[in-house]
Design a protein around this ligand. Structure first.
Ligand SMILES: [Zn+2]
Length: 159
C-alpha cells in the first residue's frame, strides 16, 4: 500500500502550529483538512486522552454553533498520536485564514468552566474519560506559546 500524505510530513522538526494537511475535491467543493498541532511530536509529552477528549467535545460544540463557520465545519477530532487534532472545513483555506477562529476556539476552551457538552452515557462512548481542568490548561498553553505569538514556521510544514 502507498504511504499516505499525512505520513510524508517530516515530524522531526514539526512545531506546535496550524498547518494545512491536505485539500480534497468533492464535486465542485474543496474540503481543507487542518493539522491543529498542540505539542512537538516525539519531543514533548503528548496530551492525555481525558483532556484531548474534553477538547474534542468542546471544540465540536463550539465550531458547529459558530455563526460563520458552523455550516462549514465538517469534522473535528483528535489525532491518534495525541499531539493535536484534525479540523475539516468546507472551502479552500490557508492556515493563517483560521488563526482568528482558532484563537476564539481555544480561548473558549481555556475559559470554559461548566458541564462538558455531551459528557453523558447516552451521548458519548466513554463519558467519564474527561478532564476539564487539564483541557483548560492545554488550551491556555497552546494560546500563550503558539497562537498568540505565531510565526511562519508554525503555519507551514517543515521540509
Ligand atoms: Zn466523547
Amino acid at each position: 500500500m502507498k504511504k499516505i500524505a499525512s505520513f510524508t510530513v517530516n515530524h522531526l522538526n514539526l512545531l506546535p502550529g496550524i498547518y494545512v494537511s491536505r485539500k480534497d475535491y468533492v464535486g465542485d467543493e474543496v474540503i481543507t483538512t487542518f493539522d491543529i498541532r498542540m505539542t512537538a511530536p516525539n519531543k514533548e509529552p503528548v496530551i492525555n486522552t481525558a483532556e484531548l477528549h474534553t477538547i474534542e467535545h468542546l471544540a465540536a460544540t463550539f465550531l458547529r454553533n459558530h455563526k460563520e463557520y458552523g455550516e462549514k465545519t465538517i469534522y473535528w477530532g483528535p489525532m491518534g498520536c495525541r499531539t493535536g487534532n484534525y479540523l475539516l472545513l468546507k472551502g479552500d483555506y490557508e492556515s493563517k485564514d483560521i488563526l482568528p477562529l482558532m484563537i476564539e476556539l481555544f480561548e473558549f476552551i481555556r475559559d470554559y468552566k461548566d458541564a462538558v457538552p455531551g459528557a453523558s452515557p447516552r451521548d458519548c462512548g466513554n463519558y467519564q474519560d474527561m478532564n476539564l481542568t487539564m483541557a483548560n490548561y492545554e488550551a491556555k498553553r497552546y494560546l500563550d506559546r503558539c497562537l498568540y505569538v505565531i510565526k511562519e514556521e508554525n503555519l507551514v510544514y517543515p521540509e
